[in-house]
Design a protein around this ligand. Structure first.
Ligand code: NI
Length: 223
């Protein structure tokens, strides 16, 4: 039996909402253990060295590190990394972690759409930030009609359900880039007078953390 390898030592230098920077220090023959990368990342070798890589499917290969020469990899890489050279080695791993925020924000948009289809005003407001606003697609102002603050927003959402006893938001898709979110949808509803509405539209969102600070609505003007 061979002795288990020592583990490489991670030293976290930066861990904020946008980056995680970890220095990995490997004694000779140390390993990271198997792991799956959850983010895109850049490796900056701090030393020359030789990595032994164990990869899915029993693949084993070596890769050379050159001090100061970086390389990038995408999320999803799965491997065990071993110091296969004859001397200690180290590198910086720079992970782009702000996709976490984007994922959480996108989850909020998916929950928000589900709440519209469930006609659940409490669930809608649970997606809205403490300081929030809604700019509707129609109104006298250039911005439509502006509802500022939770009470006004809640009242406008409630009024929407009153206006449309039947309503469905279909064919939805959601995207987040930085501070901006977009939800596309096709609204199919019947208002209290029995008038049918079938129109595509979108919301442009601004966020406060994971929650919606502004819902800015647009829809096609059918004629
Ligand atoms: Ni790795």
């Amino acid at each position: 039996m061979t002795a288990p390898r020592a583990l490489a030592e991670p030293v976290v230098h930066i861990d904020d909402e946008r980056f995680k920077v970890t220095e990995w220090r490997f004694a000779t023959d140390a390993e990271t253990g198997w792991h799956v990368h959850g983010h895109d990342y850049v490796i900056v070798p701090l030393t020359d060295g030789t990595l032994g890589l164990e990869e899915p499917g029993g693949v084993q290969r070596n890769a050379s590190l050159t001090q100061g020469v970086p390389y990038s990899r995408r999320t999803g890489v799965s491997h065990n990394v071993i110091n296969a050279g004859g001397a200690p080695l180290s590198f910086l791993e720079v992970e782009v972690v702000d996709d976490h925020i984007a994922h959480h924000r996108r989850d909020t948009l998916v929950r928000f759409m589900a709440a519209w289809n469930a006609r659940d005003v409490d669930a809608l407001m649970a997606c809205m930030a403490a300081d929030c606003a809604f700019h509707s697609s129609a109104g006298a102002e250039a911005q439509g009609t502006r509802y500022i603050g939770r009470d006004a927003v809640r009242a406008s959402y409630t009024a929407m359900f009153d206006t449309f006893p039947q309503a469905a938001w279909t064919a939805d898709s959601h995207h987040v880039a930085g501070e901006t979110g977009i939800s596309e949808w096709r609204f199919i509803g019947t208002d209290k007078a029995g008038r049918q509405v079938d129109v595509q539209g979108c919301d442009i969102f601004r966020f406060d953390g994971d929650l919606i600070a502004l819902k800015d609505s647009y829809r096609k003007n059918r004629s």
